[in-house]
Design a protein. Structure first.
Length: 586
């Protein structure tokens, strides 16, 4: 073993201190409805001294995104009022510009008129127009998450939205309108449930998109205790909404695409529906173990998280503990919220990040190949902000230097904390960590512009280039406020490349495809996802920063069908459409 440097000893000390502090509060934290481990902020690493060249400004109002997204009232009685909703960038009309879909929720007290999901069409001039009514997407209810994919392979992206109630599948008719086919397709649900995260993916590699739906818990407001009724309904001495602990578990669902516009519920025979006694939230489907079959990772609240390993025979086996993805590095349960994937250290293996509740750290799970995953949170410098409830993680290269940075939306779960003399507040700034390379991140939230510094209680968030200028922007859901649209103004002057895929043997949306971009002998890796972050969907054009390179020397695609092919050098600063079967097979 090589000699450990002074910095290595310092980081190891941080990890040991954190373990001691966390262990000391485990018994206290476990009494709460939602787990916060009492983790202390780690000492901040010495600043890099480098200038972060990106600034974000909220342009939502100027863009026409002015309608509030409602989730419960000011005084909340039930947990569904605090979970928030997801958002999506998508090109529903195939004009090459990212449109916006916002999931809305409801309230128990007060008017509910006009509380509908909203679709905004991109005008290509920095503004958006509300086309919800014209598109046929008006619907009220307790909306939760959104996944996007072309399930019927007609070339137009469809929408699936989960609800506390009955879920909705909208088929895109290709003329600017959608039709609700939930009942006909068989995915509405046999009864009212609390659908949470969901994703389209092709688990059996037949070229058709199947559907995974997580369910958070069983909520019956007639039988749910009110705030302060028991130890699961208190936080720092304050009476707060009850749950999730103390409320009944639910189960997750898997629907197989029959290829005729309908789906079959295969939850039981696939093993997905086996009771897990977890509170499932954020969902991500990808080939996590590298065997060519798409697995499903589920961030779970106040219980262990789940990894459904795809066996390739139509069945799944839960393997999160064996891969190191169920708990933190001390073997403790956490209140998982959202999940994202990227090759943050550019070693060719895709890594995972999971967000958690206040008084805890996020998990940065480094992919160790056949050895599973290792939690590198503290070593990476991500243990400096445990005072926030963090929700939607996004890996994106905001400065186009070739290294994926990490954005996280934040906002407390309990608005009652504003009554305390505490650093915890309901509205918080957003978090932004700059990837310095070498496995390290630097907190640049305080120097990334007013859009990052602004205080909101945010939930779902998505990344996308809404103005097609080559810089990745952000769309964020704010509780009972209009959304934020953060425009990225970068002075880095780095080059970039966007890759859009179209499957032929694989599913048309190419969900699950892995892209490798090689520039100057170094590689970047990314994967096309149907849902990630917290309840949300990113721009499906895969974005790669190229630094000062004028081209990508080679692009390699591992398609969900199993085909692997490469494409010739591609010039920088453009979007390229690559179709399956048109490259050089490997």
């Amino acid at each position: 073993m090589g000699r450990m440097t002074g910095g290595g000893w310092r980081l190891l000390t941080y990890a040991l201190v954190a373990a001691v502090l966390v262990a000391g509060v485990r018994r206290v934290a476990s009494a709460q409805g939602m787990i916060g481990r009492g983790a202390a902020a780690m000492p901040r690493p010495k600043p890099s001294g480098r200038v972060f060249p990106v600034s974000f400004a909220d342009v939502a109002a100027a863009a026409g995104l002015t309608v509030p997204l409602v989730n419960g009232g000011e005084k909340k009685r039930y947990i569904v009022e605090s979970m928030g909703t997801g958002v999506a960038f998508l090109d529903y009309d195939r004009d090459g510009w990212q449109d916006i879909f916002l999931v809305n929720s409801s309230r128990f007290d007060g008017p509910t008129d006009g509380l509908t999901n909203r679709l905004y069409r991109n005008h290509r001039d920095g503004t958006f127009r509300d086309v919800t009514v014209k598109a046929g997407l008006l619907r009220s209810g307790w909306g939760q998450s959104v996944t996007v994919g072309d399930y019927d392979s007609d070339g137009f992206e469809d929408l699936f939205i989960t609800y506390w109630g009955r879920n909705a599948l909208y088929r895109n008719r290709g003329d600017g309108t959608f039709v609700d086919v939930s009942e006909k397709a068989g995915v509405k649900g046999e009864r009212a449930r609390w659908g949470s995260g969901a994703t389209f993916f092709d688990y059996d590699r037949d070229g058709r998109l199947d559907l995974f739906v997580a369910n958070y818990l069983e909520l019956d407001v007639a039988r749910t205790p009110l705030p302060g009724a028991n130890p699961n309904c208190a936080w720092l001495g304050l009476p707060v909404i009850c749950g999730p602990r103390g409320l009944p578990f639910s189960t997750n669902l898997l629907y197989h695409n029959n290829g005729d516009g309908t789906f079959a519920d295969v939850s039981a025979r696939s093993g997905v529906g086996e009771p897990k006694q977890t509170y499932a939230l954020g969902v991500l489907a990808a080939d996590i173990d590298g065997d060519g079959w798409q697995d499903v990772y589920v961030a779970c609240d106040s219980t262990r998280s789940l990894l459904y390993r795809n066996r390739g025979d139509g069945r799944f086996t839960e393997r999160a503990i064996f891969l190191g993805l169920a708990y933190d590095d001390g073997g403790m349960e956490q209140a998982g919220m959202g999940v994202a994937m990227a090759d943050y250290d550019r070693d060719g293996l895709l890594d995972l990040v999971k967000t958690n509740f206040v008084d805890d750290y996020p998990n940065l799970y480094r992919n160790m190949g056949k050895a599973g995953f290792q939690d590198r949170t503290l070593l990476a410098g991500l243990g400096v902000n445990p005072q926030y409830v963090i929700w939607s993680p996004i890996f994106a290269d905001f400065d186009n230097d070739g290294w994926p940075d990490l954005f996280i939306s934040a906002g407390h779960f309990f608005n009652e904390v504003d009554r305390l003399e505490s650093i915890q507040r309901f509205r918080n700034p957003r978090l932004l960590y700059w990837n310095l390379g070498g496995g390290r991140f630097e907190d640049v939230g305080g120097r990334a512009g007013p859009g990052i510094a602004a205080h909101h209680s945010s939930r779902g968030a998505a990344a996308g280039d809404f103005d097609n200028d080559g810089n990745i922007d952000l769309l964020i859901m704010n509780m009972n406020e209009p959304p934020s649209l953060l425009k990225n103004t970068s002075k880095a002057e780095n080059n970039w490349l966007k890759v859009q895929l179209e499957g032929r043997r694989s599913n048309r949306s190419a969900l699950g495809a892995r892209i490798k971009v090689i520039t100057g002998g170094r590689q970047q890796n990314a994967i096309v996802l149907g849902q990630s972050g917290y309840y949300s969907h990113n721009d499906r054009r895969m974005h790669f920063g190229l630094g000062k390179a004028a081209q990508a020397d080679r692009i390699e695609i591992a398609w969900p069908s199993g085909l692997v092919e490469s494409f010739d050098p591609v010039k920088a600063n453009q979007t390229v459409l690559l179709k399956e079967g048109t490259g050089l097979e490997k």
